[in-house]
Design a protein around this ligand. Structure first.
Ligand code: PMP
Ligand code: GLN
Length: 390
């Protein structure tokens, strides 16, 4: 500590290094197959990549407008309207962020503060907890539990989590890592709580296109009385297989966008201009490519599940995202963190221990998450290695 004391501000102590960084570093240092951090091992649509190059080559390399380049804001508004029937004014109700991560962070920082409570569904995406802590707010977790082969919540538990200090509810559907796509009935239960207690919902919809078996992604903002109280977040990373582009967007009523902008402008000011132009191109022109991606991921999901089941895991068939939750107990293990750290040595494969996404450690202790956004032969090799685990 060099005699200077802990430099990290107290509200961020305990967050350490993200599990994704830890597990990807472990994969690299052991030469393991990385089914941990969720990123595809193939590229996005070629014409979209060309659009990014063209944007750089044509001189679009200086600061773009803080709220985003007009063509991306217009493309996002058109996408929300065409796909979901949601109308947003591109000039006042669409806002571009550095990925969905910044979209969620700026929204939470803008809308919750010290003394406020924020409801999350656990297992929750790790940045939510850190962002709520940064805001000085407190999180209240509602646990998604297995029921009928999928993870869901008890509406009574949700209602019980709301108190006089609750300000926000964070809703991720399709849900990482549980794979749940909330049904209309589940969303209605959330919406009812929001309306009754005057809460704002921040929705993380980064997997909006990646749903399987006909499961339909329903934006919370489409439910009665919700457009006016929902801040919706999405991004290009998962939809177009460009997780490194970090280009996302927020759609919300103008007052909420102004709040988000007030925070975001002092964090990053603006978002990389060429990627915004390429994302605009992709939203308008590459949705057929996305449908092919979705269909291929459905096959990869089944491929991975078949292999994991053969290796002895109990799996939960996700209706969306590109992750499978696997119960490790049938193999004789009980602690997912311990297993995830040992897995490279045991099998040359990396997974993510889901317990780090829970406040209720008991509920998540025995799950690990595997990503299937990988080439078929990579999935096959991983499950072959895992067959010798039990
Ligand atoms: N939310 C969820 C649920 C995610 O899985 C991820 C990872 N893509 C993100 C947000 C981050 O998205 P982005 O890379 O656009 O910041
Ligand atoms: N969203 C990716 C996942 O869930 C990881 C993103 C990150 O590394 N922060 O695996």
């Amino acid at each position: 500590m060099d005699g200077v004391g802990e430099p990290l501000v107290s509200r961020m102590q305990g967050f350490g290094t993200t599990i994704f960084a830890e597990m990807s570093a472990l994969a690299a240092s052991t030469g393991s197959i990385n089914l941990g951090q969720g990123f595809p091992d193939t590229d996005g649509p070629p014409a979209m990549l060309d659009a990014a190059v063209a944007a750089i080559r044509s001189g679009g390399n200086q600061y773009p407008p803080g709220p985003g380049v007009p063509e991306l804001r217009a493309a996002v508004a058109a996408q929300r309207l065409e796909r979901y029937g949601l109308e947003y004014d591109p000039a006042a109700e669409v806002f571009v962020t550095v990925g969905a991560t910044e979209g969620v962070a700026a929204s939470v920082l803008a809308l919750a503060g010290p003394g406020d409570e924020v409801i999350v569904f656990e297992p929750y995406y790790d940045s939510y907890a850190a962002t709520i802590a940064l805001a000085g707010a407190e999180r209240r977790a509602v646990t998604l539990r297995p029921s009928g082969g999928r993870f869901t919540f008890d509406p009574d538990e949700l209602r019980a989590a709301v108190g006089p200090r609750t300000r926000l509810i964070l809703v991720n559907s399709p849900h990482n890592p549980a794979g749940t796509v909330f049904t209309r009935a589940e969303l209605e239960a959330i919406a009812a709580v929001c309306r009754e207690h005057d809460l704002v919902a921040v929705t993380d919809e980064v997997y909006e296109y990646l749903t399987f078996d006909g499961a339909e992604h329903i934006p919370l903002a489409t439910l009665d009385g919700m457009r006016e109280r929902t801040v919706s977040v999405s991004s290009a990373g998962k939809t177009f297989s460009v997780t490194g582009w970090k280009t996302g967007w927020v759609t919300a009523p103008a007052a909420h966008i102004r709040a988000v902008q007030t925070v975001k402008q002092f964090v990053t000011y603006a978002v990389s201009a060429p990627y915004q132009r390429a994302a605009a191109y992709a939203l308008r022109n590459e949705l057929a490519w996305v449908e092919d991606l979705r269909a291929s991921l459905e096959g990869k999901r089944d491929r991975l599940i078949t292999g994991l089941e053969a290796a002895g895991f109990e799996t939960f068939r996700p209706q969306g995202t590109y992750f499978v939750q696997a119960d490790i107990r049938p193999l004789g293990f009980t602690d997912g963190m311990e297993l995830a750290r040992a897995l490279p040595g045991k099998a040359g494969v990396v997974a993510v221990p889901t317990q780090v996404f829970y406040d209720d450690a008991e509920a998540g202790a025995h799950f690990v998450r595997f990503a299937f956004c990988k080439k078929d032969d990579v999935i096959d090799e991983a499950v072959e290695r895992l067959r010798h685990l039990g």
